[in-house]
Design a protein around this ligand. Sequence first.
Ligand code: EPS
Length: 386
Amino acid sequence: MRYLSSGESHGPQLTIVIEGFPSNLKVSRSAIDAALRQRQMGYGRGYRQKIETDTVEVTSGLRFGKTLGSPITMHVVNRDFAHWTDRMSVWDEEPENNKHVVRPRPGHADLAGAIKYDHEDVRNVLERASARNTATMVAAGALAKQLLLHFGIRLHAHVVEIGGEAVADDRVPRDWDEWVQATETSDVRAADPDAAVRMKQKIDEAKECGDTVGGVFEVVVVGCPIGLGSYVHPDRKLDGRLAGALMSIQAIKGVEIGLGFEAARRFGSEVHDPIHYENGQYTRPSNGAGGLEGGVTNGQPIVIRAAMKPISTLYKPLSSVNMETKALEPASVERSDYCAVPAASVVGENVVAWIIADALLEKFGGDSVEQIEERILLYQDRVNKR
Ligand code: EPS
């Protein structure tokens, strides 16, 4: 299963083409739209989200709400394009008074992108590098999530840190539904209400100073069978694939699985999860591995965190260089967010859903939902005998 996405941030639309999605899955449009809406929300978002109401249009691959097995094409329209028709025109000549972006923003793809693709106007870079494209990741992932749910695999993400303010572990509900409810009702998607207050203060502080803040989110996946991914070749390791996918989200600078960096500070005996056998099943009293050993799922929940840097557009800009004159000047200021960690957690959840669904299909094959079902049942039979 694979997908391609396209679209400029202020162009007419974003497009996603998915290939290899199995047939006969009843798909909910409102579940995709709900995920897109979640991505748009969160304390610290900028004005653009007031212009957009992201929803998905599907133009191929579905019939009567069910997947056909043929490529699925989805579109998300950019309402803001209405204000950019001349400056982002696909065919018309460039307007004479068009102002070029020439002062690249430190931290963005601006400088390297303009040099790499020989662009005079940095807008040609930032339009595609923009986190607007994360809407396509969410649309694809929201579809994958429905496939996973069909097979009893659930996943959810929450924000665990913003600007150094962290949720207290013991304040996060242990019950799945309570936890989901606590994050969904929080405008920073944090399950600890006290930490949420401190996070919002940090975001306010950043806003007042013309600055931005980053943070950390965590994705948890439950219900994965043992044996997704593989240890036999580096590019088949599921931990590497998950880390790669999360790192490909705009502004993500670090990923850790299970104990992550903390494991490097402890003795082995304090890190690894002992193996027990109870009621005909292998069990583990702890989950320091975060559900992955040797790049393979071990039946424990997958726990994976990603660190997001503060957004690189600063209203009080850092110094940059005017690429036309080479004079030292403040970086350009594009409308942006003060904090997009809550949005990034939604993107992360859906990106992880895509990778897990892909690994599920790889393990069980099958062109239709029914064929996958049969193969999972056969495999479970074998697993129960081990
Ligand atoms: C975003 C859309 C963008 C930005 C933001 C995320 O829209 P605009 O540039 O019109 O304000 O708000 O993108 C970035 C922070 C970035 O660095 O590119 C979105 O839909 O998520």
